[in-house]
Design a protein around this ligand. Structure first.
Ligand code: NAD
Length: 457
């Protein structure tokens, strides 16, 4: 296993300038769309094998997500790739100033297993739109999808610019020894530290799409039925294995009974009385993660679900009320089908609860109170905020997606993705007109006075 030649080949191809051509980029983007659309059934089957993913979820969150991303980018690419004019101050006049986006080179995209198509192809769309070559490393924990991507990408895309390397820690560790021009990693914070340390050796910039505990606060002014429906959808989609899934809920005691009834009713509407036999409910990625999630069920009152079948990688949609705050359920990212609900006394207590912990990837506020909305948006730092819904900011391509602090660094989606994989080069162009002599030596008192005058014009 030695990926040196592969990285060098892509770098040499990048240097031919082919990938800078906007028409080449568009052609590759159309091929990505074709790849997911022509192989829809194969992707649905692979995702079902890896995660028991319901067909509709696979279509919405993976296949159609990537196709829609391509459409969005294609419509706007000319504008994004164009130079962006900025004003030129008097000291640099006459002159013309602009920002010229340029591709970074050969980038490494390391994906995670929970949305194993979206999490490599959406970064790839961004990297291609900016004109880069890329090596793609899908997650080995979703082997059927990883293998499908490794088969299809060479059939659809320019092989001199893109390749897939399958494998786990060993392969990724070797890959990370090479001098990429950018690394985009999606996964957990521990591995992110390894990625960043390896990148530092080559001063390679990184984008880290990480996770954490994304909190929800539900105020008594919220419409509880609508809240419960949106919350249940976002929590139990992909059996809770979504980086921006609601991790836990904070609610005042008097709202709890109504919220529980509404959530229980939503669970039975969405997944029936036996979610295990529902076509709309997925499975945990592997037995290790299933055991990890099941081990969190040792605290609080289980008021809904709680059934676990390790052999079938099944955990029922589960609600736990008032778990111990120092339990693993409340200190670790759950990334599974358990929803803890913590009762609190006030909106300020909810804010304090969140700000005392790591900055989350997402936070969710359900309220009709404008003052709460304002305070939440201004006082709670998080990667992404959704008011009165969950996850749906991800359906808005013009909203940059990414974490802050321990939940990640850098952003993508739409133009943010294009910029993430571009260097925004500053350019000032001046004509050959004779300059006023003020800035040139010898420096005199008069020139200094004039300089000060010009500076303040
Ligand atoms: P994972 O196990 O698939 O790992 C992610 C990638 O890291 C894989 O490609 C894997 O091969 C590689 N990797 C693992 N160990 C490594 C090592 N020691 N050295 C180098 N590479 C290594 O995924 P995961 O980390 O279990 O993913 C779950 C986490 O990802 C959660 O925290 C979740 O919130 C987060 N996540 C974030 C986003 C986002 O967009 N922000 C999306 C999905 C998941």
């Amino acid at each position: 296993m030695n990926f040196k030649q592969q990285v060098e080949n892509h770098k040499a191809y990048f240097n031919t300038l082919v990938t800078r051509d906007i028409n080449w980029r568009k052609a590759q983007l159309r091929q990505i769309k074709k790849l997911v659309q022509e192989n829809e059934q194969e992707f649905i089957a692979a995702l079902n094998k890896d995660l028991g993913k319901p067909k509709v979820e696979s279509w919405i969150t993976e296949i159609s997500y990537v196709a829609g991303d391509v459409d969005h980018v294609l419509k706007r690419l000319n504008k994004w790739a164009n130079s962006r004019r900025v004003s030129t101050p008097i000291v640099a006049q006459p002159g013309r100033s602009y920002i010229q986006p340029e591709p970074l080179g050969t980038v490494l995209i390391i994906g995670a297993w929970n949305y194993p198509v979206q999490l490599v192809l959406a970064p790839l769309v961004a990297a291609v739109s900016a004109g880069n070559c890329a090596i793609i490393k899908p997650s080995e924990l979703a082997p059927a999808t990883s293998s499908l991507l490794a088969t299809l990408i060479p059939q659809y895309l320019d092989n001199q610019a893109f390749s897939v390397i399958e494998g786990g820690v060993e392969e990724t560790t070797e890959l990370l020894t090479h001098p990429f021009d950018h690394i985009m990693y999606t996964g957990n914070g521990q591995v992110a530290r390894i990625i960043m340390a390896a990148a530092a050796k080559h001063l390679t910039p990184v984008t880290l799409e990480l996770g954490g505990k994304s909190p929800v606060y539900i105020d008594s002014s919220a419409d509880i039925t609508i809240t419960a429906q949106r919350l249940a959808w976002g929590k139990w989609m992909n059996a809770g294995q979504t980086c921006i899934a609601p991790d836990y809920v904070l609610v005042q005691k008097d709202v709890l009974p109504q919220l529980l009834t509404a959530l229980q009713s939503q669970i039975s509407t969405m997944f029936g009385n036996d979610p295990k036999s529902s076509d709309s409910y997925g499975r945990i990625i592997n037995t290790r993660h299933c055991e990890r999630i099941a081990s969190y069920l040792d605290t609080g009152d289980i008021v809904q679900g709680g059934e676990v079948d390790i052999n079938e990688r099944y955990i029922a949609p589960t609600i736990v009320v008032d778990p111990a705050l120092d339990s693993a359920l409340m200190t670790e990212e759950i990334f599974g089908a358990i929803l803890p609900i913590i009762t609190i006394d006030s909106f300020s207590e909810a804010k304090a609860f969140i700000t005392q912990r790591d900055k989350p990837l997402a936070s969710y506020l359900f309220t009709r109170d404008k003052q709460q909305e304002y305070q939440w948006a201004n006082e709670i730092s998080c990667g992404n905020l959704c008011i009165n819904d969950v996850i749906m900011f991800n359906a808005v391509p013009d909203l940059p997606f990414g974490g802050v602090g321990p939940s990640g660094m850098g952003q993508y989606s739409g133009k943010a993705g294009f910029d993430n994989f571009s260097h925004l080069k500053s350019v000032l162009k001046r004509p050959f007109l004779k300059d006023l002599p003020v800035r040139f030596a010898p420096y005199t008192k008069l020139k200094f006075k004039l300089l000060k005058l010009i500076r303040h014009l």
